[in-house]
Design a protein. Structure first.
Lengths: 434, 304
């Protein structure tokens, strides 16, 4: 571990800056990299080699496709149609929006999903005189659960998939069977604990009338911009082709990053969209944040710090695969609830590699434990996942204040339930695999 | 049953619609919403009359009063009164049928007013507008798309949602649009030759309850001899006085820089009909000399 002191200090300072939100996440990570470069702890060429361009390409490609689809009005149509389908029934609002949120989160990033769903959910519930808090929190929580199901659903999965070489199909086949029960039980829990809020309204003429007026208002407000059908068809076609190429990855041998970037570029060309304008929609700070973190963790790995953590913390628990899987799942779950799950996942990947070197665990079960822990754990607190922060921020702008404790009182229980379901699933999976 | 919160929500929703799409379209929307909610209702036996009455009462007491809707709901109540004690399915069928009939009545009136309105639009007209009244938008669309009139509209920008709605509607009809701030109208006095506006209601004391900003714009146009056209079907005529129209008043604390103050806003303007040069109803076009008699006759007819 020679020469590890400076990178460790820099990494801890960067982690503190990110967790305490003292400076922008990307600035914190890149500042850390610059300190390491200035002190010659790492050379420019080495730093570049640490960046996982597969992850960056996948993120950039998906962000571009989503930006173009958003411009087409597609997501607005979906959310308005869902609002109409609910007919103002509080239970239908919860269930239908949750289904859409979970499905969208599985194929788009969670923040985009929340940005699409939350405004209309607030408009609908507040307009009906319901308490929007429970709906806002539930959609944030559900988006994190839904995003866990696929390779492209949540940043930790994108990182794990790219760094470990797991395919889209492997993610969906191994995680969807546990995500679906998590989603159903999560919804049941929300309904059971707030039953009084989901009473039907079809016996009250006044409420039915208000709902009809409200739906008309929502239609007018959200659909007043013209829907570009050609744009919409091209955007959706490219998304479908991208998903098909993800699914057939083992046949085409095209990595998800290449697929996403290829479809994004094709979409730019065929839609003749204003590229400069579209590029403004890309979350460059997130991409720079990832880049900086890859370099910081790469340096720690090179200096032997990761190996030290793996041997002195994780492997201390022994070599029982059941214990190791549970430790990775629950440590990831709890840490991701309080710290950003992206740097945590990037840090954990080399650790899990080292654990697997000493204790091989079949069927990538340890990776699924990391994925489930990092993604579902984000629900523990308001700051555990970007989708939570964005949802609460949007609610605040609509004068719906959700406190840290209000969020946690509800979300922590859902997290514990989903982590318990994941534990059972992983245990059974491991038992069948050994 | 409707509680105070439900009433406030309903009142706000009706007001928002009226504000965004004008009173005729808001009335049609309310009638359609009434039909949809009756079709979805699963009432507790014995509560049908009470539920209808509560809703009708809430609709009649919105702030401001949506006069055409009130007139139609009063007709609905009169027609439904003998049927409330019947079987729920019969009540529902009758209620839906009555509401559909009332919608048709309103559509007829709006259709006639559009026909009269189109005759007020000529080639080369430069119109001043600041709110998307449904009737006015329909007549402009007809004049442009069917009759190929060459017109330009100067849109006075105010509340973003309303202006957006107006611009989108005009662009859809391919009308040439120039958007200027509401306070910059004086620069267009030489160019504009007509001002078009709609109204929520016209009262017995010869006032029109119009969208906010109308009073200032109509005054300036009238002063500069730009004829002001007011489009309102006779369902909007109220036998009440302007001060009884319950214009919604809102007080909000504002903080700008170091300055704290309470801002009072109103949902609508009261426009003296002396500022209006032409009143267009489904019964024709009335100028300054004839409009007062027309209003009085209609209002007194309703009183009787």
């Amino acid at each position: 571990m020679q020469g590890a002191l400076i990178p460790v200090i820099v990494f801890l300072v960067v982690y503190a800056l990110i967790s305490l939100e003292i400076v922008n996440k990307a600035v914190a990570a890149l500042l850390g990299v610059m300190v390491l470069l200035t002190l010659r702890v790492v050379s420019e060429h080495q730093a570049i080699e640490f960046i996982d361009f597969e992850t960056i390409m996948l993120l950039l490609g998906m962000m571009s496709i989503v930006a173009i689809l958003r411009k087409s009005g597609f997501f607005t149509i979906i959310s308005v149609k869902i609002a109409e389908l609910t007919k103002g029934s509080p239970l239908k609002i919860l269930v239908l929006f949750s289904v859409v949120t979970a499905v969208l989160s599985a194929f788009l990033d969670n923040v985009t999903t929340v940005l699409i769903i939350i405004p209309i959910v607030i408009e609908l519930t507040a307009g009906m005189g319901l308490n929007p808090k429970i709906y806002v929190i539930s959609q944030a929580v559900i988006s994190n659960i839904g995003g866990t199901a696929t390779l492209i659903g949540d940043p930790p999965n994108i990182i794990i998939g790219s760094k470990v070489g797991l395919t889209f199909n492997q993610f969906i086949f191994n995680l969807a069977p546990v995500v679906i029960p998590c989603f159903v039980v999560g919804l049941l829990f929300i309904w059971m604990t707030n039953r009084s809020q989901f009473k039907p309204i079809d016996t009250n003429l006044g409420k039915l009338f208000s709902v009809q007026m409200l739906l008309a208002k929502i239609r007018h407000e959200f659909l007043s911009t013209q829907i570009d059908r050609v744009f919409l068809i091209k955007g959706l076609s490219c998304l479908v082709v991208a998903i098909l190429l993800f699914v057939t990855q083992t046949v085409t041998k095209l990595s998800p990053g290449v697929v996403a970037m290829l479809m994004a570029m094709i979409l730019f060309v065929i839609t003749r969209v204003d590229v400069e304008h579209m590029l403004e929609e890309i979350e460059w700070s997130t991409l720079l944040f990832f880049t900086g973190l890859f370099i910081l963790v790469g340096v720690l790995e090179e200096k032997g710090v990761i190996e030290w953590i793996a041997h002195n913390i994780f492997l201390r628990v022994g070599d029982d695969p059941y214990v190791l899987v549970m430790v990775v799942l629950w440590v990831s779950g709890i840490v991701s609830g309080f710290l950003d799950n992206i740097p945590f996942t990037i840090t954990m990947i080399p650790i899990v590699h080292l654990i697997l070197e000493t204790t091989p665990i079949p069927n990538n079960i340890l990776w699924w434990a990391l994925s489930l822990g990092a993604c579902l754990g984000g629900n523990f607190t308001m700051i555990g996942a970007s989708a939570n922060i964005v949802a609460v921020g949007m609610a605040k702008r609509s004068r719906v204040d959700i406190t840290f404790m209000e969020f946690m009182k509800f979300s922590a229980l859902v997290t514990i339930i989903t982590l318990l379901i994941s534990s059972v699933y992983l245990m059974l999976y491991l038992k069948l695999s050994l | 049953m409707m509680n105070e919160q439900d009433r406030n929500i309903l009142c706000r929703l009706i007001r928002d619609h009226e504000d965004l799409i004008g009173s005729s379209r808001a009335t049609m929307l309310a009638l359609q919403s009434f039909i949809n909610s009756i079709e979805a209702l699963k009432p507790t036996p014995g509560q049908v009359r009470q539920q209808y009455m509560e809703l009708a009462d809430a609709i009649k007491n919105t702030r401001p009063k949506i006069v055409p809707l009130i007139h139609l709901i009063e007709t609905f109540e009169t027609e439904m009164e003998p049927h409330f004690e019947g079987d729920w399915d019969e009540v529902r069928v009758k209620a839906v049928e009555t509401l559909r009939g009332l919608t048709a009545t309103l559509k007829d009136k709006v259709g006639s007013i559009i026909q009269w309105g189109v005759s007020c639009i000529e080639d080369g007209d430069v119109l001043v507008m600041h709110t998307a009244s449904g009737d006015v938008m329909n007549m402009i669309a007809l004049a442009k798309e069917v009759m190929a009139r060459k017109i330009k509209v100067i849109v006075l920008k105010q509340d973003f949602l309303k202006t957006k709605s107006l611009i989108n509607a005009l662009k859809q009809s391919r009308v040439e649009v120039e958007v200027v701030p509401e306070f910059s109208l004086s620069h267009y006095i030489g160019q504009a030759n007509k001002m078009f506006t709609g109204a929520l209601s016209i009262t017995h004391d010869l006032k029109a309850i119009c969208a906010v900003g109308t009073a200032n714009i109509a005054s300036l146009c009238h002063f500069h001899k730009i004829p002001v056209y007011l489009f309102a079907n006779t369902l909007k005529f109220s036998h009440g006085l302007s001060e009884d129209q319950k214009i919604h008043e809102k007080r909000m604390s504002q903080v700008e820089g170091s300055c704290n103050y309470v801002l009072t806003t109103y949902s609508h303007d009261m426009v003296d009909l002396h500022m209006v040069d032409y009143l267009v109803t489904e019964e024709g076009i009335f100028n300054q000399d004839t409009m007062a008699d027309h209003i009085t006759n209609i209002c007194e007819g309703k009183l009787r």
